[in-house]
Design a protein. Structure first.
Length: 156
């Protein structure tokens, strides 16, 4: 019989398998239209960041909010080694996600044909925050071969 630690690991594995299967299925069915789901995913994550981790959005500068969300994903969730936020002019915000913890799972998705991991919690939380700040953006994510990701938000 499995120990409690093994049971917890097995539950996590099952959840990850279900999420991977769902992501692949949605991508196969609708392709990049799947990005329409990102605000719903991001809003749920954002509520946790606000309620449990003290994130404040209203009245803040978009760059500061994105930096704080990035910090939370590194320090509180361990989702990446670091996230570099760069603002280019007035229209573009780029996040370089270094050593993403999901790179193995993202690699599996890429092999399955999911070229853009629309379920990325970092991208989705940032997108939801920008939307709440009345910043209309188009998001994009590029998975690099070195385990890093580049998330881009371009104002429209």
């Amino acid at each position: 019989m499995a120990t409690d630690t093994e049971k917890t690991a097995n539950k996590l594995r099952l959840t990850q398998l279900a999420l991977t299967g769902l992501t692949k299925g949605v991508w196969e069915f609708v392709g990049e239209t799947a990005f329409a789901l990102t605000p719903v995913i991001g809003e749920d994550i954002l509520k946790i960041l606000e309620k449990e981790m003290g994130l404040e959005i209203h009245g803040e500068n978009p760059e500061d909010v994105i930096n704080e969300i990035s910090r939370l994903f590194v320090d509180e969730f361990g989702c990446a080694e670091s996230i570099d936020v760069n603002v280019e002019g007035d229209n573009i915000i780029k996040l370089q996600v270094n050593s993403c913890i999901d790179r193995t799972e993202t690699g599996k998705l890429k092999e399955a044909g999911v070229t853009k991991p629309f379920t990325c919690p970092i991208m989705n939380a940032c997108q939801a925050a920008l939307k709440r700040m009345d910043q209309k953006v188009h998001e994009d994510i590029e998975v690099c071969s070195d385990g890093n990701c580049l998330i881009t938000f371009e104002k429209v």
